[in-house]
Design a protein around this ligand. Structure first.
Ligand code: VL7
Length: 138
């Protein structure tokens, strides 16, 4: 493992989340609610096994995976898509934790990395990039 991203992280910025949600086909009512949310990440890790919980007052999403092992992802409660045509895969690329989510949507995935005391996340879908930053809170 390259870096330690475990802990409790609270969102401080969220750029182009709307563009990302539009690319995912999320409707206007849900997007309006979702745009107001401050996401919290709780990241736990044991060796290569990770659990990333994304929490908010509206919806929660929990992802469990082993680095380097393809897995089937169902984005339950989000856009409810299955990523299994080639599966989802998370790997370390240098100090960046990189996920590719193969499925109905093109160029879908995300990248986590640390910069100083901040956790960064870029979310990709089709041609949209959402940039999120989190500060450590435990
Ligand atoms: C997961 C949401 C938009 C539906 C609600 C928004 C609720 C809180 O994939 C993600 O994180 C990775 C990397 O940390 C681990 O799974 C981001 C949130 C993206 C997509 C869909 C809008 C409704 C957000 C769960």
């Amino acid at each position: 493992m390259a870096v330690n991203i475990c802990g409790l992280w609270d969102m401080v910025s969220n750029v182009n989340f709307d563009g990302y949600m539009i690319a995912m086909g999320i409707g206007p009512t849900t997007r309006k609610i979702a745009l107001k949310l401050k996401h919290r990440k709780i990241i736990e890790q044991m060796d290569d096994q990770y659990i990333i919980k994304t929490l908010s007052t509206f919806k929660n999403y929990s992802l469990s995976f082993r680095v380097g092992e393809e897995f089937e992802e169902f984005t339950k409660g989000l856009d409810n898509r299955h990523c299994k045509v080639g599966f989802s895969l998370v790997t370390w690329q240098g100090n960046r934790l990189v996920c590719t989510q193969k499925g109905e949507k093109k160029k879908r995935g995300w990248v986590h990395w640390l910069e100083g005391d901040k956790l960064h996340l870029e979310l990709y879908c089709e041609d949209q990039i959402c940039r999120q930053v989190f500060k450590k809170n435990g």
